[in-house]
Design a protein around this ligand. Sequence first.
Ligand code: PMP
Length: 419
Amino acid sequence: MNAPLLHTPPPPTGYDVDRVREDFPILRTRVHGHPLVYLDNAATTQKPQSVIDALVRYYTEENANVHRGVYQLSALATERYEEAREAVRAYLHAQTPNEIVFLRGATEAINLVANSFGKAFVRAGDEIVLTEIEHHSNIVPWQMLCARTGARLRIIPVDEAGEIDLKQAAEMIGPKTRMVAFSHVSNALGTILPVAELTSLAHAQGAAVLIDGAQAASHLAVDVRRLACDFYVCSGHKMYGPTGIGVLYAREQWLEDLPPWQGGGDMIETVHFDKTTYASAPAKFEAGTPNIAGACGLTAALRYLQTLGLSRIAHHEHDLLEYATARMHELKGVRIIGQSTRKAAVLSFVVEGVHPHDVGTLLDQDGIAVRAGHHCAMPTIEHFQVPATVRASFGLYNTREEVNRFIEALARVREMFLT
Ligand code: PMP
């Protein structure tokens, strides 16, 4: 194999990826006799020991229901749960922990906004603006809202590189726009969207902005106040934390103004058959027993990320992305889908003459885990007129050696179908 073309400087000094890998027990797994190369981080990330320990500790020593108990264990569980809220506040640089709502994930957070914001502020004839490269989670809830209200969707297109057409965005976002909702980073292409430009276009028209940060929050430092967004959502399991816990950040005023979404325990102040009054935010949006263990695990995950440092993680992953991109250019018949100049951690591609699912299955035989399909972003895939893509997505524990194994295995797949 030829020496790879290197477009980037060597990995950042002080980032000891071998040491980092030791924190992730699952990386010792073998798959079909090969060491696991996990390149499906956009779907979910693996968990460091500290997150696993936090879950075990919670159930071993701290388990009780929150907010209601007068006894010590319940007070402790409540403290842990609210500690997690503060950890998320600090991580996203929100103003106050009251701006942080815990939900099941990014999907549920978007559904909450589409329902509550939709009920309060969206009427027939209004417009919701999305981009062409959204995850289904940031399409379907808005579609459902439009079906309920008679509002309509407008879609900002992308070009062949997978970049947003800002000229069209400026034409589409107008006085009828109530909400502009877009991803921070596209899960199918890796495009980093022009968040500041879209946000100011929306705000200039008095529209609200929701940023889907599911693919961004563990790769880029996020500061919701600098982003100036109204809503920001993310999922714990994509941030090296547990499944079943996600976050809605909303500017405090929104949480006061929006009606509750689900009803039940914990979200009320008083309940009588003739009248119920609601708790103030964020409790107003957290009906029922929350995922307390998940919140403890999320705190550990955020501490882990902060200890490594988001800028060092971003640098490491960018190095991997550039290295893998350069190595992929060595392979004939492999086309990268999505070549935005600003990209994060995702490499989507097709191999000429081989169905993406076959590529994925064959790579698995070599212990390499990638995803093949539409990545819950069918409109994105349709734009590029391919049936599906293979997606390798990098995380903070991946290495250049793993990229080499991946590229070499891909070269073998390609040869197999050439002969
Ligand atoms: N948005 C984007 C951009 C995503 O990549 C994902 C997960 N693939 C989601 C939303 C939904 O996240 P979750 O399934 O954790 O709710």
